[in-house]
Design a protein around this ligand. Structure first.
Ligand code: NAP
Length: 461
């Protein structure tokens, strides 16, 4: 067996991204007794947990509690957090190979898909990613843009019928008491409490049978304190393709049951409305400089399930448009990338460049398979990648500087202020204290400098 040093020292592994995929990969590596490991988890943000902190809706407390499980991984003595370090800027992938025997890329799909229709960049049009980043307190959120779009809005259109579209519709429709127990930053809560949005139209380009949302998430729209859901019964008439799509598909059947019940409801006067419209393809976002509406074309499905415009157009009045048509993975300098699919190409989790496996490089999560699935999907996915890594352990190219101090010295020499797990615990304590001061369980620190200052102060204490 070739000597990769693992007989005399632990295998050094860098994980790029501290979201669920990265931390599940770390967990899978530490739970193995075949190979001793020493893991550094990098994140470009000062606080860990990726989409578990900056993607899962703040009012989904049970889902957000996955952070508690992920935190136990960071407390494992074999795992070290190096947050506030941007791979590609603060340290290159080539440099990482000097310090690590293996690198696992789990940096997710941080940006959003575009519609590529006229008017997409008008004021008052934002992406769900921008809105979610803002209400979750992401340090890079486009706060001014989002706040300018929401503040004066009264009628919104949300484009897309996936779970993110449902999340943003629900958050925009909730009353202040429905959001008060969340960990949203205070300025977000204040702005949402003052919103004048009274109607939201959610657009699906295909039919209800093809909608991507899950039933549990859909049903929550019908349980809001001050919003009624409306569905046009006409949209629920099933064509043969939709009937076939639904048959035996429990999620779709249950979605249809919920939508059918809503189509019989009459909205109460004076309450906000959420209208779900299907077979509606946006073709233009209208307005001279600020959005005034969304022009949609009625669609139909062909016998083979393909989507066609019917030539029937209507314009929905709106002064806020949120496009929620999926996330998009981005390339990282020095790592192979499939532009068409927005993923890092791989074979069983091993990074592949032009059909050849790149030694010592692995990939897991959304940047491996695309932005689909629930948090739990990433556990299975990360574990599969780790299985490949461990199978390769004996053959991995050996790092020139495996001492854990070598990489942190390198970062310090570059002036990179990394946040370790003690720094994170200090941020955590500061957020809990800030929340308690306002009678809430936690308030997210959204400002990068405030996060770094809390991390430093805690470490000094
Ligand atoms: P998604 O599930 O892929 O949904 C994207 C939606 O955008 C689909 O309805 C899609 O319609 C539509 N769309 C795409 N391109 C379009 C276009 N050009 N014009 C009009 N509509 C278009 O993506 P997502 O909502 O961003 O969610 C990402 C993943 O995170 C999903 O797996 C989701 O389940 C998960 N997630 C889960 C939760 C939860 O468990 N609570 C919460 C949030 C997100 P077509 O189907 O016609 O393409």
């Amino acid at each position: 067996m070739p000597d990769n040093g693992s007989a005399t020292r632990p295998l050094r592994v860098a994980i790029i991204g501290s979201g669920p995929s990265g931390l599940y990969a770390a967990e899978a590596l530490t739970r193995h007794d075949e190979v001793e490991v020493s893991i550094d988890v990098f994140d470009r943000l000062p606080a860990p947990f990726g989409l578990a902190r900056y993607g899962v809706a703040p009012d989904h407390l049970a889902l957000r509690s996955v952070r508690n499980t992920l935190e136990t991984v960071l407390d494992d003595p074999a795992v070290r957090l190096l947050a506030n370090v941007e791979v590609g800027t603060d340290i290159s992938v080539e440099e990482l190979h000097r310090f690590y025997d293996a690198i696992v890329f789990t940096y997710g799909a941080a940006t959003d898909q575009r519609l590529e229709i006229p008017g997409e960049d008008l004021d008052g049009t934002i992406s769900a990613t921008e809105l979610v980043n803002w209400y979750c307190g992401h340090p890079d959120a486009a706060g001014e843009r989002v706040e300018a779009a929401i503040t004066a809005a009264t009628s919104a259109v949300v484009i897309g019928v996936g779970n993110v579209a449902v999340d943003v519709t629900r958050v925009l429709s909730k009353t202040a008491p429905e959001l008060d127990h969340t960990d949203m930053p205070q300025h977000v809560l204040d702005l949402l409490a003052a919103t004048s949005i009274t109607s939201i139209t959610v657009l699906g380009r295909r039919g209800p049978a093809q909608a991507a949302f899950t039933t549990k998430e859909l049903k929550e729209l019908g349980e809001l304190a001050d919003a009624d859901v409306l569905v046009d019964a006409h949209d629920l008439a099933l064509d043969p393709v939709s009937e076939a799509d639904i048959e035996g598909e429990r999620r779709r059947e249950r979605n249809m049951e919920v939508l059918e019940e809503w189509s019989t409801r009459t909205p109460a006067r004076g309450r906000r409305t959420i209208r779900l419209r299907f077979f509606s393809q946006p073709v233009e976002i209208t307005g001279p400089d600020r959005v005034t509406g969304v022009r949609v074309e009625r669609t139909r499905l062909d016998a083979d399930g393909s989507l066609h415009g019917t030539g029937e157009y209507t314009t929905i009045d709106a002064d806020l448009v949120v496009r929620s048509v999926g996330y998009q993975g981005m390339p990282l300098a020095g790592v192979p990338f499939d532009e068409a699919r927005g993923v890092v190409p791989h074979a069983e989790g091993r990074v592949v460049d032009d059909g050849t496996v790149v030694p010592g490089e692995y990939v897991a999560g959304w940047i491996k398979r695309g932005p689909t699935g629930i948090i739990g999907t990433n556990k299975k996915d990360a574990t599969a990648t780790v299985r490949s890594l461990l199978a390769d352990a004996a053959q991995l190219p050996r790092a020139a500087q495996p001492d854990p101090d070598a990489v942190t010295t390198h970062l310090s020499e570059r002036g990179v202020r990394y946040v370790d797990v003690d720094g994170w615990h200090a941020i955590d304590a500061a957020e809990i204290a800030l929340g308690e001061s306002k009678g809430r369980p936690r308030t997210t620190l959204h400002d990068r400098e405030a996060l770094l200052e809390s991390a430093r102060r805690g470490v000094r204490d």
